[in-house]
Design a protein. Sequence first.
Length: 94
Amino acid sequence: MSDLDNTTPPRRIAITSGKIPNEDVGRWPAPYVAAVSLSHGAPVVLSPFTESRSDEAIPPGVEHREGLEAEEDSLPEDVVGVILTGGGDVDPAL
């Protein structure tokens, strides 16, 4: 039996958010959130910004953490994977 059936709780996958150019606002990573959700994952969006902008509403069941500091050295509990979406906002020290 596959571990992706409905009897297994979704695995929590952290996703970094991008930055809107020339603004101190995060870009909502909608394609990544959709891909994780479609693969029976539970997206956890991590953003260093205190505000994120999206053309869509945040889907139900998606955890969104804003205002994270680079000094925070731990991921949310039970996260089993991280997707670094790229861009200038991803700290190379990670």
